[in-house]
Every structure is written in structure tokens, then in C-alpha cells.
Design a protein around this ligand. Structure first.
Ligand SMILES: [Zn+2]
Length: 365
């Protein structure tokens, strides 16, 4: 481990981590955004036999991209949108659109269990009487979150306390954080499991599953065998980085898992088109991976710098995000903060202890 002098000069010191783990390489293809003009609920022919459909989300991130893959006699839908009236209305407009309406839906594929991706999968599968598929790891979490006998938000309250959230804010989050079953329609009784080790046919091409970790446990991205198209899900996003958070019962070091699983996206074909779940499709995936890694390396360095004295995760959030978080951002923010802290503790840069009140403080090791 590097020793960092406790003086103002430390900011010029070399990074604690990062470059040694993920050395920069020459990238032949820079990030270049696709020029498609994308409007809500209006299918866009984004690649041969693939329509991009943008659905609304009632969040700061106000949309998700889902994909319709042409099977000749119907469509495979990849990801489904949040279960809201606005999403359902958008789907009605899509199914009535001239580029979609002459063929039926044949199958639903879901990249991961997050509500904006899986929310309407059960509704679509039921409506068209078609199979739905996802990876085993994602289905397991979806089932746990949807279990009516549990309240997974309430299960997070000891975690929030441990990481420094004042009691009043714990109570606010517990009350206000939306429950999974409000945002996600009940899944079908049977969901097909995707074998992530075997390519499968979709839209007249073979697609190789690529598993991503850290953002969700068993996230599915698909790369067509010609190396021309990547349906990326949330694993590699333009402009924004996917939330990498620690959740009770989940991966304790998701940032390491995420950064490691990005490696699979650095050598895909001859500069394929990335079809992401949010924002604009792009070329130059490997260069985008470098930007994402650099972003996290900078955040990790800032967090390590801020741990000169013992601090809780809650106290660190303004450092990590560069601004105070709004209440509705706190749950995700804390998870992301703990992900960075656990990464640094795993590298031996930080250590942590619980105080008498059960609050965890992190400090330089
Ligand atoms: Zn997600």
C-alpha cells in the first residue's frame, strides 16, 4: 500500500489504487454517440432488425431504453419499463405504431431485477401469453424483493443506522422508499432461466451472454456473435455510471465486482454499437469503460482523502457526490458510499470500527 503523507502535498500523491489494477491502454476507438433522435414511446430503428423504444421514468433519470428485436414473425422484447400508468400508456402507443403493430410479441428477456427493467415484464408476458426469461441470480433477487411476507426496505434500517444515518432520516426513508411490488408487476409463475454460458438465438443472430456484477448480481448483457451490437443493459452506460451499492444480503464488495466485470467489455468485436438502457447509443465501449473506471478511481481517492479522521458513510456522502443528497437519493447514496468504503477497506487502505452506538467509522489504516 502507498503511504500518503498527512500534509496538503498528499493531493499530488499517486493514486492509492486503480492504475495498478486497471492500467490504461491505448484505445483505437473513442466514444462516439449515435445521432438517432429519440422521443418517448416512438420506436426508432437503431440497428438492423432492432427497434429502440424509450419509456418514461418518474425519477431524475427520466427514461429507460428498451429494445424490440425482430423475429420475423414477432418480437422479442428486451426489458420492460417500470409498472406505472405512463409506461403502460407508452406500450399501448408502441403496439399501435405502424412499425410494430403487424407482428405479435413472442418472448420477454430481462437484463436484471431492477424495477425499471423488470417492472412490466409480468404484465407483458401475461398480456401476450409468452415466456419470460432472466438469469438465475436476478430471478432470485426479484423473488426475494417481491416476497409479500418480507419488507426489504425495513430490513435495511439496521444497515442505515450502522452507516450513520440519523434516526429521523432512517424513519423518513422507511416510510417513503417505494416498495418493489408497487413498481413491479407480479412475475409469471414460471420464468425461464438464461444459461449465461451458452449463446442463444434472437432476431436471426446468435447472442453471447455477458454477465455483469456489482450493479446487480447476475446482470445480463448480450453481444451478437458478429461483434457488431451489444445490448448492454445498465452495465456500461453513457454519461452516467450505474449505481453500485451495498445492500443487506448482497455482494459486500460490489465496486470491485463491477470494475472487474467491466473487463469483458473492453475487447468486443470491431467497435460494436452499444445499445444502453439509458441515454444515447454509442460506439467506443472500451473507451467508455476507461472513463467509468477513472470516475470511480477519482471517487475512491476522494473518499480515502476524507478518511484522515474517523467518519461514517453518511458524513462522507457530500465528498462522494460533491453535493448534499436529497432525501429520496439517500438510500442509493448510502449504498454507493459503503461500496466505495468497503472497496478501500478490502484493499487495506481503510479500516473500520463500530462505536458504542453501533455506528461504523472508517479511517486510514
Ligand atoms: Zn439497474
Amino acid at each position: 500500500m502507498e503511504t500518503i503523507p498527512a500534509s496538503p502535498a498528499r493531493r499530488q500523491s499517486p493514486p492509492l489504487i486503480g492504475e495498478a489494477l486497471w492500467p490504461r491502454r491505448e484505445r483505437t476507438h473513442p466514444v462516439r454517440y449515435h445521432e438517432a433522435d429519440i422521443a418517448l414511446a416512438t420506436p426508432v430503428a437503431i440497428a438492423e432488425g432492432i427497434l429502440l423504444v424509450r419509456l418514461p421514468l418518474p425519477f431524475a433519470l427520466n427514461h429507460i431504453n428498451v429494445y424490440l428485436v425482430d423475429e420475423g414473425d414477432g418480437w422479442t422484447i428486451v426489458d420492460c419499463g417500470l409498472d406505472t400508468p405512463a409506461s403502460r400508456e407508452s406500450w399501448e402507443a408502441v403496439f399501435a405504431h405502424r412499425s410494430v403493430c403487424d407482428r405479435a410479441v413472442r418472448r420477454i428477456v430481462v437484463t436484471h431485477h431492477h424495477p425499471d427493467h423488470v417492472g412490466l415484464a409480468g404484465w407483458l408476458a401475461g398480456r401476450f401469453g409468452v415466456p419470460m426469461a432472466m438469469t438465475a441470480g436476478e430471478l432470485a433477487v426479484a423473488g426475494r424483493y417481491a416476497d409479500p411476507k418480507r419488507d426489504v426496505v425495513a430490513e435495511r434500517t439496521p444497515f442505515w443506522h450502522e452507516h450513520g444515518l440519523p434516526q429521523a432520516l432512517v424513519a423518513t426513508l422507511l416510510e417513503r422508499m417505494p416498495r418493489y411490488s408497487v413498481q413491479v408487476h407480479a412475475l409469471p409463475d414460471h420464468v425461464d432461466l438464461i444459461d449465461t454460458g451458452t449463446p442463444f438465438a434472437m432476431g436471426g443472430r446468435m447472442w453471447k451472454p455477458v454477465v455483469g456484477r456489482g450493479h446487480s448480481p447476475d446482470h445480463l448483457s448480450l453481444v451478437d456473435e458478429a461483434g457488431e451490437i451489444v445490448i448492454g443493459g445498465d452495465q456500461v452506460l453513457p454519461k452516467i455510471t450505474p449505481n453500485i451499492g451495498v445492500w443487506p444480503g448482497g455482494d459486500p464488495n460490489p465496486l470491485r465486482s463491477y470494475l472487474e466485470s467491466l473487463e469483458a467489455f473492453t475487447a468486443l468485436g470491431e467497435d460494436p454499437l452499444l445499445l444502453p438502457s439509458h441515454k444515447q447509443p454509442l460506439h467506443g465501449i472500451a473507451a467508455r469503460v476507461d472513463e467509468i473506471r477513472q470516475h470511480h478511481e477519482e471517487r475512491l481517492q476522494a473518499v480515502a482523502d476524507a478518511c484522515e479522521r474517523p467518519v461514517t458513510c453518511h458524513e462522507l456522502l457530500p465528498v462522494l457526490f460533491g453535493r448534499p443528497l436529497r432525501n429520496e437519493e439517500l438510500g442509493f447514496g448510502l449504498g454507493e458510499g459503503v461500496a466505495h468504503l468497503n472497496f478501500l477497506e478490502g484493499e487495506g487502505v481503510l479500516r473500520s470500527d463500530l462505536d458504542n452506538d453501533g455506528r461504523r467509522h472508517f479511517v486510514r489504516a
